[in-house]
Write a protein that binds this ligand. Sequence first.
Ligand code: ZN
Length: 246
Amino acid sequence: MNNNGEYIPRRAMSIHAHPDDQDFTVAGMLAKWATAGCEIISVIITSGDSGSNDPAHDASYKPVLADLREAEQRAANDVLGITQTIYLRYPDGELEPTIALRKDLTRLIRQFKPDAVVTGNPEGWFYGDEYLNHPDHRAAAQAACEAVFPSAGSRLMFADLLPAGYEPHDVKRLYIHGTDKSNTWVDITDTLDLKIKALQQHVSQVKAEEVDKWMREWAEEEAKEKEMKYAESYKVMILKKDDEEA
Ligand SMILES: [Zn+2]
């Protein structure tokens, strides 16, 4: 808990499909947690290697773009105070919630033992009338949820992880962003500027002035009727109470 009685995990893992997803969505809360001393592990499943429509480029540009986008994500995480960034390097645009991906995320959860996992909405299809959600976002969120439960805490699932030292771990809280089933509004008034600055590190993807405007509008919209200036909203699943043994 911080001085305002808000929950701050000791360690959290943020899991997303592409470089920039985290910074468009949950970065205000992550910056708030990092400022309060939370250690955050940022897991990026693809390196965004399909994120260009420039006619000058073909498939040979993909590894170049992946390197560029990984560097942009590292810069964004520096802004947010996130010290660990992990790239799983699945192909961008072809992500599925496979058992292999669930196992990779299970291994990471068992390795880092986060109290909270933060991800997108596996059910998210339509946002407003103009944004059809990217299937990679759903796939990443689904695999993350399924790794949190049941895989990470179930000893005999992915049993070959055991001899490698990955003992089961129970995540206490799961934060889902981008849902109309939100039950928790996090005040990001003090960290919105950091969120915008983090997003602006993704130079290959965004225009600095545009994201400044959008992020303020979205955060203001989320904060409506919540006695906050800027907010992010989440569905928070409390899978294990804080006073229960980890
Ligand atoms: Zn994305």
